[in-house]
Design a protein around this ligand. Structure first.
Ligand code: NAD
Length: 492
């Protein structure tokens, strides 16, 4: 329980919906050019309104972040970490209410929303721990009486652009490594799920974080987002979202030669060999597919199973798919799935399944929009007879749909898995260590999960190959993406 409720409205989203305000230079400011309505995808209920930020507001936020940066960089890192820990404490104080905000604006089931909030607080603390471990290097020189230092420095002012599927965690994935290394930041959340970010700003406002170090602006991607990533005062854009937007942002930011870090889409393959523990494989692949209603970049989106165990695996998956409980997560506890994020998401999933049918694949279970009074619900859907040339095996579906293709060997499975424009995560289920090792050598992906579901660790490195991204996040390597190297030659 919390010592103090968040805004009474936000705590239960009843009464008159609140208009949230941008957080710029340590204050909540007016000056929006319009308002964007935020609704609950399970019910359509209006939850609140956020500002559409005008170019002036974007400029004010970037200016504030730039002004705050030099003093922030000069602070000892351990002091910067102290401010981060104040933020994680505030999150823990309000963990139940924050999870409720995510349930209502994103449609996530309560258990997972709570995991997201708790993981976010832990992630901020994890990044804060790096404060005493930010290291440069001392090099030997070719000259007499010379020392060469590699200093690790912040890049400057960062723009963080967020998607809607893990809206709260992604604030931390951008903010915590940026701040501990001495950068300042302007964040623009997704217009689909911004309220949790505005509540986050209210929590930050209660800490001693110096003004201007963190700024939050609301708005649509094509207007406020574009103004932010093309602002000449931004030194690094860190973006998580779709391939199309990522590519556009890279080109737009390229006009100023602004650096980009891109975490984009995926079409994760899961390979199941004949010697796999099929119960484990079925459960892990199922969990990976229905988590967040299939709207996770790194979760299994296509299965390659060796022919001898195809039917057995499909049957185990069918039982799991048919037992899926889904509905409105703000009304029902203990659900596997909530709704899809919006009408466009539902239509995309519907079209993908229809296309798979007309391409000749077979729907084993599910396969249509769910019969629910409100919300964007799609039935958990299992598809067999998929082939490599079908869109269902090539394009990101982002819904609770799992296509399966039978294969004759590990070689064939690896070749099919790698034949993708995406390269984020992959998985393999086998009891043969040699097969697992071969797969980890030959799969061309940023991550490979062996005999477990796809869920990354904060100390790992989450990075996509090919169109899944540029650069990465998490762990030491993700932290150092927010730094640049300064070489100092000292003669004497
Ligand atoms: P999206 O690309 O539609 O939007 C992401 C963000 O970009 C939003 O905040 C949006 O307002 C903003 N935006 C849109 N146009 C812009 C522009 N011209 N300039 C600046 N900003 C702009 O993505 P989404 O639908 O919110 O998220 C789903 C996608 O994100 C999926 O493809 C998923 O795979 C991917 N994703 C990837 C990861 C990862 O770590 N690789 C994690 C989560 C989600």
């Amino acid at each position: 329980t919390s010592p103090r409720p968040l805004r009474p409205h936000t705590a239960n989203f009843s009464g008159t919906p609140v208009d949230y305000r941008n957080y710029v230079d340590g204050a909540f400011v007016d000056g929006a050019s319009g308002l964007i309505e935020v609704t609950n995808p399970a019910t359509g209920a209006l939850l609140g309104r956020i500002p559409e930020s005008s170019p002036d507001v974007v400029d004010a936020a970037v200016t504030a972040a730039r002004k705050a940066q030099p003093a922030w960089e000069k602070l000892p890192a351990i002091q910067r970490a102290g401010y981060l820990r104040q933020i994680s404490s505030k999150i823990r104080e309000h963990r139940l209410e924050l999870a409720d905000v995510i349930v209502k604006e994103q449609g996530k089931v309560r258990g997972l929303a709570q995991v997201e909030v708790d993981f976010t607080a832990d992630y901020i603390d994890y990044m804060a721990e790096w404060a005493r471990r930010l290291e440069g290097e001392v090099l030997t020189s070719d000259r007499p009486n010379e020392t060469i230092f590699l200093l690790r420095k912040p890049i400057g002012t960062v723009a963080g652009i967020l998607p809607w599927n893990f809206p709260f965690f992604l604030i931390a994935r951008k903010l915590a490594p940026a701040l501990v290394t001495g950068n300042t930041i302007v964040i623009k959340p997704s217009e689909e799920t911004p309220i949790n970010a505005f509540v986050f700003a209210e929590l930050v406002a209660e800490t001693d974080l110096p003004r201007g170090v963190f700024n939050l602006i609301g708005g649509q991607g094509a207007t406020s987002g574009e103004a932010l990533v093309t602002h000449p005062g931004i030194d690094l854009v860190t973006f998580t979202g779709s391939v199309g937007t990522g590519s556009h942002i890279m080109q737009a930011a390229g006009k100023n030669l602004t650096r980009v870090n891109l975490e984009l889409g995926g079409k994760a393959p899961a390979i199941v060999l004949a010697d796999a523990d099929l119960d484990l494989a079925a459960k892990a692949i199922y969990d990976s597919r229905v988590i967040n209603t299939g709207q996770v970049c790194n979760c299994a989106e296509r299965v390659y199973v060796e022919r001898p165990v195809h039917d057995a695996l499909v049957e185990k998956l069918r039982v799991l798919f048919d037992a899926t409980r889904y509905g409105d997560p703000s009304l029902e506890e203990d659900l596997h799935m909530g709704p899809l994020i919006n009408r466009a998401g539902l239509d995309k999933v519907s079209r993908a399944v229809e296309q798979a049918r007309s391409d000749g694949a077979t729907v084993v279970t599910g396969g249509k929009v769910a019969d629910r009074p409100t919300g964007f619900h799609y039935e958990p859907t299992l598809i067999i007879g998929a082939r490599a040339d079908m869109d269902i095996m090539r394009r990101e579906t982002f819904g609770p749909v799992l296509p399966i293709q039978a294969v004759d060997s590990l070689d064939e499975a690896i070749a099919l898995a790698n034949d993708s424009e995406y390269g984020l995560t992959s998985s393999i289920y086998t009891s043969n260590i040699n097969s697992a090792l071969r797969a980890s050598r030959e799969l061309k992906f940023g991550e490979t999960y062996i005999n477990r579901e796809n869920f990354e660790a904060m100390q790992g490195f989450h990075a996509g190959r090919r169109k899944s991204g540029i650069g990465g996040a998490d762990g030491k390597h993700g932290l150092y993406e927010f730094t640049e190297t300064h070489v100092v030659y000292i003669q004497g």
